[in-house]
Design a protein around this ligand. Structure first.
Ligand code: LLP
Length: 449
């Protein structure tokens, strides 16, 4: 096993210590297995998928998602918590995945009318949907109230006034929770930290009780309780504990003023094992919620995204060519790029990379830079990565791309959106066709043509 990397957040491509080898990654990624036909996910040969569908191609394992949905539920129920689960749609919004999530009894956490519409297409009852986000438009709010949304998480005093006015005009009652910014450092990458006072999210902790009391008096409002979400890819429990202690103090303070608090929405954020560090354990989160909020007789809500779908997905890619650099580390130029998987360019996020061929796992390792063809130096998936010698036409899989992968893709450099495949019961199906070249300019108009 290679030396464990000391970067606690595993965010950087340019590691100074030794990266895990492909063999290490197989150990830390139990969903990926090696058979005679090479790398497999849920008993499906990824080479077979790549041969049939082409690359780049997202593949996601429905069985993995179901297993993780069950584990999360079991963790909460085992400690006796009364939890409503709202999957964070932004992590992966394909409606086949939303249908799968609905079938497991989960509701949804959404941030736009588009996401709300996807939940409706997947058949998730609006009553089981929570609407988060700092900039809900009038149309967003009207549509949500019209559909009978379960909860709107209000992120500012200004938004509270707008929702009250819209609900009153529509003759509706808006079920709301106040999203509080607890000013707690989630100890994750700065770009995905949301619970510090300088972040744009939530109502400042110091204003929470006064605004809660005000909300209780407003027309068109059904005040449910408090919400918080301190960030994403959180690997330790301390930030959660600190945030929920603060939320518990708000529940008590509100009740002392005679105000009812029925719900505490604890947000999402559970981190996964991109590298060799272990992922966050839902059982640990359950203990933290139980000790901080367990005696308050409130309905707990959770908004998990990454933890549920992240480890279930891979991005299949093919080597376009291997660019030698004399004595320097060679570049492996692959057919996936930053337009497909943005995380490495945007956050310098570290993703495991494995060859698909079984033989490659037996070969000696060498340092390689793995890059995409896009005209930006940040279009880089890995620097100095230990991989077997890969050649033109070889396949590889970029791991842990089930969350914040395909949803963040663009068509930059006029590269069509990749195909998407779902595995269920050891069978694979295309759930999104690869975009065609003509799709790229659909809707564009030229007065000069
Ligand atoms: N609830 C709210 C209000 C959120 O804003 C988010 C994520 C979640 C729940 C789900 O968090 P999760 O369980 O997935 O950590 N694109 C970034 C992640 C951005 C997360 C945004 N909010 C990345 O690729 O790392």
């Amino acid at each position: 096993m290679a030396k464990i990397i000391s970067d606690p957040h595993q965010t950087h491509i340019n590691q100074t210590l030794i990266d895990p080898t492909p063999a290490d990654l197989l150990t830390t990624h139990p969903y990926m297995t090696l058979g005679s036909s090479g790398l497999m996910l849920e008993n499906v040969s990824l080479k077979r998928v790549a041969d049939n569908v082409g690359t780049p191609c997202w593949v996601i394992g429905g069985g993995v998602i179901k297993e993780r949905l069950h584990r999360l539920k079991a963790a909460m129920y085992t400690v006796g918590l009364n939890v409503h689960f709202h999957y964070a749609v932004k992590a992966n919004d394909h409606y086949a995945i939303l249908s799968l999530i609905k079938n497991e009894g989960y509701g949804a956490d959404i941030v736009s009318f588009g996401e709300l519409s996807r939940t409706q297409k997947a058949g998730i009852p609006a009553q089981k949907v929570v609407f988060s986000g700092i900039g809900k438009t009038t149309v967003d709010i009207e549509q949500a109230l019209g559909l009978g949304i379960g909860q709107i998480n209000v992120e500012s005093a200004e938004e509270l006034a707008i929702i009250s006015a819209i609900a009153t005009r529509m003759g509706k009652i808006a079920p709301i929770a106040l999203r509080i910014n607890p000013d707690i450092d989630a100890q994750t990458h700065s770009k995905i930290t949301t619970g510090l006072s300088h972040n744009k999210f939530g109502i400042p902790f110091v204003d929470a009780i006064a605004l809660y009391a005000h909300a209780a008096r407003l027309p068109g409002i059904n005040l449910l309780g408090f919400a918080t979400h301190i960030g994403s890819q959180i690997l330790t429990m301390d930030p959660y504990r600190a945030a929920y202690v603060r939320m518990a103090s708000l529940v008590r303070a509100a009740r002392e003023q005679g105000l009812s608090v029925r719900v505490v929405d604890c947000g999402g954020g559970l981190g996964i094992a991109y590298n060799t560090l272990p992922e966050a354990q839902p059982e640990d989160l359950a203990k933290v919620i139980h000790t901080t909020l367990g005696t308050l007789d409130v309905q707990i809500a959770l908004e998990p995204g990454r933890w549920v779908v992240g480890p279930a997905g891979v991005l299949l890619s093919r080597v376009i060519l291997r660019k030698e650099q004399g004595m320097a580390v060679p570049f492996l130029i692959i057919d996936s790029a930053m337009n497909d998987l943005l995380r490495p360019s945007l956050y310098e996020a570290w993703h495991g990379i494995l060859p698909l061929s079984a033989k490659a796992f037996q070969q000696p390792l060498e340092k390689t830079h793995v890059v995409g063809p896009v005209c930006e130096s940040s279009d880089c998936f890995a620097q100095n990565r230990l991989l077997p010698r890969l050649q033109r036409q070889d396949y590889l899989a970029i791991l842990d791309t089930g969350a914040y992968g395909s949803v963040m893709s663009s068509t930059y450099n006029s590269r069509p959106l990749a195909a998407h495949v779902l595995i269920e019961n050891s069978c694979w199906k295309i759930i999104r066709e690869r975009q065609t070249i003509e799709d790229l300019w659909r809707g564009e108009l030229s007065p000069l043509h």
